[in-house]
Design a protein around this ligand. Structure first.
Ligand SMILES: [Ca+2]
Ligand SMILES: [Ca+2]
Ligand SMILES: [Ca+2]
Ligand SMILES: [Ca+2]
Length: 307
């Protein structure tokens, strides 16, 4: 006796075809001619194959999801939805959830019944620009089969930070400076990330009143120079000038900040540099102390005299 084995050539799917009918034939290869008139040497039969149903996990309609959300989206804003269905013939309702391990900050929430995803807390692109979460779909039937899908959420930039001067500038002007000389080059920083790049604008406050001592020359390349307007700066007249500088971004809407720079007047001899916290500053402090001390002595003397 020899067996004929039926093998599966393709995956079966109960939902698309539940029953197959095939004809099978057995043929004897070694015909004994003595029996030829007596019997047929082949036979046929019909095979009926029934496909059994197996509960399969739900299937997401998309293999990956990606959305963009502006960082100023209000809590509760719905920006997308996932959808999965039970492909079994008895289709079970699906419940959706976010894998908490993939959204530690709980920035988003999902509607368990319809799969819509909403903002759950204030976003900040400057803190987190991308979220990469796993969403699970679970069948509500007895087996509770589930599948998961990855969702990517990109937080889009909104202009919500003021630009600032790039550092704490300590400008100084030498006594021999000529009108038009550059005193300090300024640049700015801004945590926002406009798609067309940063454009910073520098000006003085109040812009409408001309400062007799300095101008801020915007170089149109995100830098600006503080330039002397006259040539006659001396420590004898004034030892320092306060210069408020406004730096604005390109918005929308444009945001700005004002920094007041202290420009010291220096003798700049012999090295050409203004001493920073060195001899000159010390001398200044000492002269103040001496004056205060003298003042106290004068007071004491006056009191003494008055007795
Ligand atoms: Ca199922
Ligand atoms: Ca922000
Ligand atoms: Ca900005
Ligand atoms: Ca921003």
């Amino acid at each position: 006796m020899q067996a004929g084995v039926v093998l599966l050539a393709k995956p079966l799917n109960y939902e698309s075809k539940k029953r197959y009918v095939m004809a099978a034939e057995a043929v004897n290869d070694h015909i004994d001619t003595r029996f030829l008139p007596l019997e047929e040497f082949r036979d046929r039969t019909t095979l009926k194959i029934l496909v059994g149903d197996v509960d399969e996990p739900p299937v997401f309609l998309s293999s990956v999801y990606e959305w963009n959300v502006p960082e100023n989206a209000a809590v509760g804003t719905v920006f997308g939805s996932v959808s999965a269905r039970d492909t079994d013939s008895f289709s079970s309702p699906i419940r959706y959830s976010i894998d908490k391990r993939t959204d530690g900050t709980k920035a988003f929430k999902i509607d368990p019944n319809n799969g819509t995803i909403a903002v759950a807390k204030a976003l900040d692109r400057e803190t987190t620009e991308w979220y990469n979460m796993t969403v699970e779909a679970k069948e509500t039937t007895q087996n509770h089969l589930s599948s998961s899908v990855v969702v990517f959420i990109k937080v889009l930039d909104i202009n919500d930070n003021v630009p600032r001067l790039a550092r704490d500038y300590q400008p100084y002007i030498c006594e021999g400076t000529q009108a038009g000389d550059l005193i300090q080059l300024l640049s700015a920083v801004d945590p926002d990330e406009p798609s067309e790049g940063h454009h910073f604008y520098f000006s003085m406050v109040p812009a409408e009143r001309i400062n007799p001592n300095f101008t801020v020359r915007d170089n149109q390349d995100n830098t600006a120079g503080i330039v002397a307007r006259r040539s006659t700066f001396t420590r004898k007249d004034q030892t320092q000038y306060l210069l408020p500088v406004v730096v604005a971004d390109s918005g929308p809407p444009a945001l700005s900040s004002t920094s007041t720079l202290t420009i010291r007047v220096c003798s700049c001899h012999p090295t050409g540099h203004c001493p920073t916290g060195g001899v000159e500053a010390l001398a200044l402090n000492m002269s103040v102390s001496m004056q205060t001390l003298l003042g106290i002595l004068v007071c004491l003397a006056t009191v003494t005299d008055g007795r």
